[in-house]
Design a protein around this ligand. Structure first.
Ligand code: CA
Length: 146
């Protein structure tokens, strides 16, 4: 969750497997799935846009492989991996990337951004892959406290 200065305001605003819920309650991560077992979506982040506190201007959605560098892993080695965003009010899929095809050599991707403009929330697909893993995003958005 990004504030107006382009950074995460505080550690509780960094939503991931060890911090599942945002301070405002608008974001809820359903938890870590370590092995991809089960059908369909393995991990979900539910977002209630109207509940996001006013100091948050943007949500940056990132997918990474845990300890990818140490394990020598990338998305190309994970079968049937994808990230998508959909609107639960009408089940419309807004965007989807196939990670194993589109990001075969990467270990982290910035999937997209949900941002506020003129009082309403919009989604922008980004689709930029990185090889620096989660730490690269921490350095970029949370350098002050992580
Ligand atoms: Ca996981």
């Amino acid at each position: 969750m990004i504030g107006s200065n382009g950074e995460i305001p505080s550690q509780p605003h960094f939503i991931f497997y060890n911090n599942l819920t945002s301070p405002c309650g608008a974001l809820e991560h359903t938890g870590d799935n370590l092995d991809g077992s089960g059908e369909g979506d393995d991990e979900l982040i539910n977002v209630t846009l109207n509940d996001i506190s006013d100091n948050i201007k943007e949500l940056v959605i990132v997918v990474t492989i845990h300890d990818a560098q140490a394990r020598g892993q990338n998305f190309g080695q994970v079968l049937n991996s994808f990230v998508r965003i959909f609107d639960t009010s009408n089940d419309n899929e807004i965007a989807k990337y196939e990670l194993d095809e589109d990001f075969s050599t990467e270990t982290a991707i910035e999937f997209g951004r949900i941002y506020k403009k003129s009082g309403s929330w919009r989604f922008k697909a980004v689709g930029t892959g990185y090889t620096a893993g989660l730490q690269g995003f921490v350095d970029k958005f949370a350098s002050k406290f992580l």
